[in-house]
Design a protein around this ligand. Structure first.
Ligand code: GCW
Length: 682
């Protein structure tokens, strides 16, 4: 009944290469934990589990022996002086969550030290050390000094209290509210291990479309129980706050942020929470968006709402993450402009413990979006990145797509807000404008499925999100490489080809769903599969035709100076580039321009032919993915091999569905035949 899928990237597979295994054994002879905090116990357990798995040897602990090759791990306060002196330089380079892994000599004997300013830092170092072995890296001469570049690194669970998960495709919510607080599922512990191993230090337990009940005493007891599981792993719990909670569970008549009773209600609530959970992280709020209540219901603005909550949390060290994903039903000219218009004028007015949480693009988690114009545009307001890990618009958990490619693209894009080189990552890590509070959130793809994410390949997106939240400058290629080695195998014949298909998978999905900047043409409501045609939804901007605007002349959304003017929300350099059809990157063409069907693309094809060829290319890319995976049987256990194979076959079928549906639909406007090389729809 073994299921390797459950173990995520913490497989700790036996290292079959005997030379390598023996080398490691020689270099790790004895474990020396320093201190006895819960976190150090966790670190020790993990080392024992990992080393036992990989080296086939049970490691006991001893105090430092005079012999060589002790693995010494503990925080600075516990280090003997002859060790800490040797590490003075490294200690100057790390922050509170950073770590040092170093080979040193003690009385002439070689030792490895994993240390940090805090025990959590030590735990991060231990996971990093285990990763070295998991990826078959030499530990002969180590000097590794690492610190997270972003402070708040959270998963956002859109989990409801009835255990449904909004936009979740991996089973039910892992939070078993009914049996909490007394029953602690092993999953909670393994969830914490997985997150700590990649540096995630916060979890927002419930949906942003919030139910105020989470803030009532019975639920807070349950939240407290989870916080106790997570604490040794450095993970804080956060909750979403329904803005109207004072009415719904507080018996007040209003939730007006200027009302004295409302202010007091939130202050009392904060005190009640911190009394139970002293290190509670804070509140995440979706207000005045998609029907959620908010300050605008009382003619107040985002600043009024966010600051009122921030004041309540401030003395306890809590933060407010106020979402910028807003769009009202009143202005339907261009939904992409609304967040910027509603937030940028307030730059500098939010309290110091408020982060404004912004999705990577201005519409909604599409296969490709230009970066959100708010990035770089609010120099005095900390902006938190929100990525979606769950695949609402990207084929749910059926389609295999490696999302760090998408995340990386956004993070590395230049906003030009402070001249060339002002990339999005620099706004997120605070370096662009010296912001001290920084954050990145990922909307979780985790559920109760045995393999957590419904598709083992999509574990890589949870993993990759965590890695990029730790260091937003990492390359998606390095992330894919280490994830594959940890999750499956170090065999080059496996890693190389599978890495290639992973790295190509994002572009494949763009090609067969929304090439050239098309967006939001998924079937309405559930967002699975193609649906570019008219739907009878109540709001025009929910209708796919609103986004592609295909007609006999051409296709695309004119957001330039002759259209919706959305380009004006970018820095002049960027706006000019997008405005001019010649300089607008072709990958974003139809996002910004309404383009004639016979417009000549850079490769000489007409737009219509080019589009058709892209749809075909996407299908071909998935075919390559299928074929490549089919040859990997020798490297993967039978169950994971078959599951991934089955899902890839479905993805292939559905890529052709996308191609055929979109081309047949758009052909009624273009009135042109399919070019050579594109398969005729059957
Ligand atoms: O992507 C859209 C989803 C909603 C979601 C909303 C949001 C949680 O369709 O399901 O609500 O975004 O981000 O608030």
């Amino acid at each position: 009944f073994a299921n390797d899928g459950y173990k995520l990237w913490l497989q700790y597979n036996y290292i079959k290469n005997e030379t390598l295994r023996n080398t490691y054994k020689l270099q790790i002879k004895n474990l020396n934990p320093l201190g006895d905090s819960e976190t150090i116990k966790v670190a020790l357990n993990e080392l024992q589990l990992g080393l036992n798995g990989m080296l086939g040897e049970a490691y006991a602990t001893n105090s430092i022996t005079t012999k060589e090759y002790n693995l010494i791990f503990g925080s600075k306060t516990h280090l003997a002086q002859d060790i800490s002196i040797q590490l003075a330089n490294e200690f100057n380079q790390i922050n509170d969550e950073g770590f040092i892994i170093k080979s040193i000599f003690l009385k002439g004997k070689k030792q490895i030290v994993i240390t940090a300013k805090t025990d959590i830092g030590v735990l991060y170092g231990v996971y990093h050390f285990l990763k070295l072995l998991q990826t078959n890296t030499s530990i002969e001469k180590l000097t590794i000094v690492e610190s997270p570049k972003i402070k708040v690194r959270t998963l956002n669970h859109w989990d409801n209290l009835d255990r449904t998960v909004e936009r979740g495709y991996s089973g039910a919510s892992i939070w078993d509210w009914h049996r909490l607080p007394d029953y602690i599922d092993q999953r909670y512990i393994d969830y914490a291990r997985a997150n700590a191993s990649i540096g995630i230090n916060g979890t927002v337990l419930n949906n942003v479309n919030a139910n105020a009940l989470i803030l009532t005493p019975p639920y807070l007891e349950k939240v407290k129980a989870l916080s106790e599981v997570f604490r040794p792993y450095g993970i804080k719990v956060y909750l979403t706050a329904r803005f109207s909670a004072p009415i719904e569970i507080g018996g007040l008549k209003t939730a007006d942020p200027y009302d004295a009773d409302v202010i007091k209600w939130w202050q009392d609530k904060a005190a009640e929470i911190y009394n139970l959970i002293p290190d509670f992280g804070g509140l995440l709020v979706k207000a005045n968006s998609e029907g959620q209540p908010g300050p605008q219901n009382y003619d107040r603005n985002h600043v009024d709402g966010a600051n009122m909550l921030a004041s309540a949390l401030e003395s306890f060290g809590g933060i407010v993450m106020w979402r910028a994903f807003v769009y009202s039903e009143h202005d339907t000219t261009d939904r992409a402009k609304q967040a910027y218009s509603e937030f940028v004028p307030y730059d500098g007015q939010f309290k110091d413990n408020v982060l404004v949480q912004v999705k990577n693009g201005a519409i909604d988690f599409q296969p490709r979006e230009p970066f959100h114009p708010m990035f770089g545009a609010m120099p005095k307001t900390p902006l938190m990145m929100e990525f979606q890990i769950t695949q609402e618009y990207l084929g749910f958990s059926t389609h295999s797509i490696f999302l760090p490619k998408l995340y990386e693209e956004t993070l590395k894009t230049d906003t030009y807000r402070k001249g060339k080189g002002s990339i999005v990552a620099k706004d997120i890590d605070g370096s662009l404008n010296d912001k001290t509070l920084t954050g990145m959130a990922g909307v979780s793809n985790i559920g109760s499925d045995i393999n957590w994410t419904g598709n083992v390949m999509l574990q890589a997106n949870w993993y990759g999100f965590g890695r990029l939240a730790w260091n937003p400058y990492l390359s998606s290629e390095d992330i894919a490489d280490e994830w594959l080695r940890m999750t499956f195998s170090n065999e080059e014949n496996f890693v190389k080809p599978i890495k290639q298909i992973m790295l190509a998978s994002r572009e494949a999905v763009v090609n067969y769903m929304t090439p050239f900047g098309l967006h939001h043409i998924m079937d309405t409501g559930h967002h699975y599969g193609p649906g570019p045609w008219v739907s009878n939804l109540s709001r025009p901007e929910w209708n796919p035709v609103y986004y592609h605007k295909a007609d006999k002349q051409g296709i695309g959304f004119n957001r330039t100076a002759t259209g919706s003017h959305a380009t004006e929300q970018y820095a002049p350099e960027v706006a000019n580039m997008f405005n001019n059809i010649e300089t607008c990157p072709e990958k974003d063409l139809l996002w910004f321009h309404h383009v004639p069907w016979d417009y000549k693309l850079k490769d000489g094809n007409t737009l219509w032919d080019g589009m058709a060829l892209k749809y075909q290319e996407g299908v071909n890319q998935v075919e390559t993915m299928v074929k490549t995976w089919n040859t990997m049987k020798p490297y993967v256990d039978a169950q994971r091999f078959r599951e991934i194979q089955t899902l890839l076959n479905i993805q292939y079928k559905e890529a052709t569905w996308w191609r055929d549906a979109c081309l047949l639909y758009f052909q009624q406007f273009s009135e042109k035949p399919l070019p050579k090389g594109v398969e005729k729809p059957t």
